[in-house]
Ligand binder design. Sequence first.
Ligand code: HEC
Length: 471
Amino acid sequence: MAEENTTNTNENTKLVGLLAQFDDPDSLVQACNQAREAGYTKMDAYSPFPVHGIDPAIGIKRTILPFIVLSVAIGAVVLGLGMQWYTNSDSGTFSPAFPGYPFKIGGKPYFSLPANIPVTFEVIVLSSAFATFFGMWILNKLPLFSNPLHRISRFKRATNDKFFLMIEAVDEKFNRSSTEDQMNQWGSVAIEECRQNLNDHALPSWLRLVVLMGALLMFLPPVIIFRSMGMVNRAPRLHFMPDMDWQEKFKTQTLGPEMVGEKPLFLDERAMRAPVNGSVSWGNLEADSEMYRGIKNGYKPAVAVTTQTGSVRTSLGASQDQASAVAEEDLNQYISEFPAGITVDAELLARGQNRFNIYCSVCHGYSGNGDGLVNQRALALAATSKATWTTAKSLHDPVVKDAAKNPVGRIFDTITNGRNTMGPYKAQIPPEDRWAIVAYVKALQETGIKPPGAASAGDKKTVDDGAKPTP
Ligand code: HEC
């Protein structure tokens, strides 16, 4: 190979090879065969579509990548097994300086092949993947930022309708003039020199800038870390992803936390805003007064009530005197029939019995006599002056039973808001269940169970005290 063939007369360009154009795939394959037979080895063919027989024609051999990957994988087996053998086994005799960590676990051997397969497998997979990926790059001489072929305008048709054979100048058989002659003989319709601009091989300037910037930015974290070493900083740490690691905590209905040097959350020092007067939370309007309060819809008291109605209900433990001192109750406000949304049937009564036994029987007893276990215990304690207790009223008490004096709306109100010393069950029992309990209380009263010792001969039915009556 003569020196003048590879170095061009042009100052800054280098001859890369000769590019021969063909008009159809058959002549390309033919030319490739002839080139290979002529002894050329460093060549490549370009066509817009895959051409059958082109690979053997230009003498493309099978890639050696699989063998590279195989050898790396075998190396990985040695590495993976060896690492585990070394770290686990009693290898101190082998290398006293690095004795490993020989743990005897459950009498198992220090080294056992089955137990070490998974890690070995993972090492094989990891290193083979890297070998494949980087091996492919290296074998293809990548990355290649520019190919001198793209400077030839004719070559653009390689993706369209023309076929090309490129013989590289580095081929031992290559000779600028004789190779061109041969190409003409093989039927090439046009031959072009492929030249590389020697100033051209560098990275594009924008890419160089990006790489440079990236490299500079890489120094930033170490610089910041170095600067912060041994520095005292009172400011809180930068917390890029706070998750819920740090958040202000406020308890509802309390003053805001006293944060040193910081203002409370709201100017009035509260931790939360008081709801606007008269506001109702979404879905809680409960406009149907009969359903939710047992009080007639749109009811207006006939006489102006001077006392605050709310004070009728005292909290548990308020003295009876206080409670009875409050003005008499307006019985007209309560509904005497069940509200429109409630149908009294066996299902409702069953539900009512279930709820009554859960919530009410502890005090009022299963039969409503007022002899529930809590009541019994409280009375026993009260007898020894260890407690004060107002007997849970018998639900068969003539007044409680009287539909005129204690309409269903009022029983509902008793469950909802409590009465005198009985606490409210509004929070525990939803309104539908409260109505079910009212229905069951009425059913209990209908059965006519008497308080113990008060049974009279004229009674229709008598249920044993403490038994569970069914509606
Ligand atoms: C912790 C015990 C206790 C529980 C539980 C309890 N009550 Fe009472 N209940 C009482 C006491 C005590 C009274 C008497 C209140 C008074 O007059 O001071 C009473 C009174 C009543 C009255 C009569 C109110 C009146 O004077 O008109 C009714 C009706 C009533 N309870 C129904 C119920 C129903 C229904 C339940 C279940 C949701 C229930 N109670 C759960 C203790 C309880």
